[in-house]
Design a binder for this molecule. Structure first.
Ligand SMILES: [Zn+2]
Length: 284
């Protein structure tokens, strides 16, 4: 799932390629992906793209007073193409959800792999009309230490869950939270309101450096190479069974119904493995 650094890089890429160009047409191939109906997609036709940005993990394409806001969700992605085939998209065929055609002859596709369709696009006058934007906490990279600490402490719970709650701070998902907690040497199950001031400062600094490094590596990469770049920078996430590059201990995971987290027992939990529902079932 694209998180803050990847969405920042996609926005930067769009700023370079698309801002200043005019939209010729918007084809909606997956009707369910477009969550708004007024204004209709045709309202974008003939408009100049004036800015590209993001709200947390949501991408924002601005055309005057209209915002096309996209939550790529787990399997969504953006593909920029220098040349688009002239024929209109056929609805309901293939992974393309939405195509934006520009006056250059090129444009971009929003795609989603797999059968679970969660990609969501909103065409609105005010970004706050998008539920996921209205409730968003302050951006993880734009929060200072005091705001960050207050936000994290405002929600009592396991730090992994609180850190990825977009209403607490915006932009962090499953992959970067694993990386941040590893760098901060904190258990993913540590309870937020029991973190000491020193642990909170470490968590804040780990958040800033993890995301800043990832943005630095990502921006300038085209959409096509971003996923590989993200993977190559990960130290614990999706690396179950491999040695931790810091202490050499084997990276372990905890699995949930539809996700999993990875951590290093050596760096994060004093050498103790965390309880895992699936593992304890096997051991019983
Ligand atoms: Zn380690």
């Amino acid at each position: 799932m694209p998180e803050l650094p990847e969405v920042e890089a996609l926005a930067a890429d769009l700023r370079e390629r698309v801002v200043g160009r005019h939209i010729i047409r918007v084809d909606v191939a997956a009707i369910s992906a477009l969550k708004t109906f007024d204004p209709p997609p045709t309202a974008l036709h003939g408009r100049e793209v004036t800015e590209a940005g993001r709200f947390g993990k949501l991408l924002d394409l601005v055309a005057g007073d209209l915002h096309l806001i996209v939550h790529l969700s787990r399997a969504g992605w953006l593909h920029y193409r220098d040349v688009l085939p002239p024929a209109p998209l056929k609805p309901g065929k293939g992974p393309i959800a939405l195509r934006v055609r520009l006056d250059t002859g090129g444009g971009f596709d929003l795609t989603e792999q797999g059968t679970q369709k969660r990609l969501a696009a909103y065409l609105v006058h005010d970004p706050k009309q998008v539920p996921g934007v209205a409730k968003l906490g302050p951006d993880a990279l734009e929060s200072n230490a005091a705001t960050f600490a207050a936000r994290i402490r405002s929600r009592r719970g396991q730090v992994k869950g609180v850190l990825t709650d977009q209403e607490v701070v915006a932009g962090i998902g499953n992959a970067y939270s694993d990386e941040i907690l590893h760098l901060a040497r904190l258990s993913p199950f540590a309870i937020t309101d029991r973190l000491t001031d020193a642990q909170m400062t470490t968590l804040y600094e780990a958040t800033q450096s993890t995301l800043t490094d990832a943005v630095r590596r990502s921006v300038g990469q085209g959409a096509a190479s971003l996923k590989g770049e993200k993977k190559s920078g990960l130290v614990v996430h999706n690396r179950t069974g491999l040695p931790c590059p810091v202490c050499g201990e084997t990276i372990r995971e905890v699995s949930f119904a539809d996700s999993s987290l990875q951590y290093c027992p050596g760096c994060q939990t004093g050498g103790k493995p965390l309880a895992d529902r699936r593992m304890s079932k096997l051991l019983r």
